[in-house]
Design a protein around this ligand. Structure first.
Ligand SMILES: C[C@H](O)[C@@H](O)[C@@H](O)C(=O)COP(=O)(O)O
Ligand SMILES: [Zn+2]
Length: 218
């Protein structure tokens, strides 16, 4: 796809993220795999002010046009593409319930079968490291090895997808699961979970679910 078209899709995804209530201020960032690297949102510019020319191309080594400043999290976006060959879009946000669970430093267990949408029987919580660091990107690479989404301790969420639509959908889904987890945690801890056998059945069913609709989820 043409660079400008992808840039517009990135901006629309950012705006949609805000409409869905997943973000606030300049928190979060969005990228798509492009050529040998990725196209990514710039650092610290409010989404409403973004135009196509703000979207930065960063190559696989982290090089970019010196007149532009890519998201401070370009390292973990590159790490996601490097770790997951099925990933062509990455969404990061500070959605409130995801951030709350990340502060508790807990993975989201199999409290609901939709946890399988992230590719397994839990959604991990990558250990804390300062934003924008190589250390954080290393934690992200480990967490995303077997999952399409991970919480970031004391920070937020990362969700990956084959395209922007799927990555945003998963980010929203994980936020709903995080909210559900917090609601149930307020009543009982540990929260009852589905067993590994049932989650394996769901993971198998998700391999073919929704295929007749093209970009359907999961
Ligand atoms: C301090 C930043 O907000 C950090 O949390 C980062 O992870 C983020 O979400 C937005 O940073 P950029 O504007 O640099 O993408
Ligand atoms: Zn962040």
């Amino acid at each position: 796809m043409e660079r400008n078209t992808l840039a517009r899709q990135i901006i629309n995804t950012c705006l949609e993220m805000t409409i869905l209530g997943l973000n606030q201020g300049t928190a979060g960032n969005v990228s798509v795999r492009y050529q040998e690297g990725m196209l990514i949102t710039p650092s610290g510019i409010p989404y409403e002010k973004l135009t196509e020319s703000h979207i930065v191309y960063v190559d696989a080594e982290g090089n970019h046009d010196k007149t532009q400043l890519p998201s401070s999290e370009w390292r973990f976006h590159l790490a996601a593409y490097h770790t997951r060959s099925d990933t062509h879009a990455v969404v990061h946000n500070h959605a409130i319930h995801c951030a709350a669970v990340s502060i508790l430093n807990r993975p989201i267990p199999a409290i609901h079968y939709m946890v399988a949408a992230a590719g397994g029987n839990s959604i991990p919580c990558a250990p804390y490291a300062t934003f924008g660091t190589s250390e954080l990107s290393e934690h992200v690479a480990v967490a995303l090895k077997h999952r399409k989404a991970t919480l970031l301790q004391h920070h937020g969420l990362i969700a990956c997808g084959e395209n922007l639509e799927k990555a945003l959908w998963l980010a929203h889904e994980v936020e709903v699961l995080a909210q559900l987890y917090l609601c149930t945690l307020a009543i009982t801890d540990p929260v009852p979970v589905l067993d590994d056998e049932e989650m394996a059945v769901v993971l198998e069913k998700f391999k073919t679910y929704g295929l007749q609709c093209g970009p359907a989820q999961p």
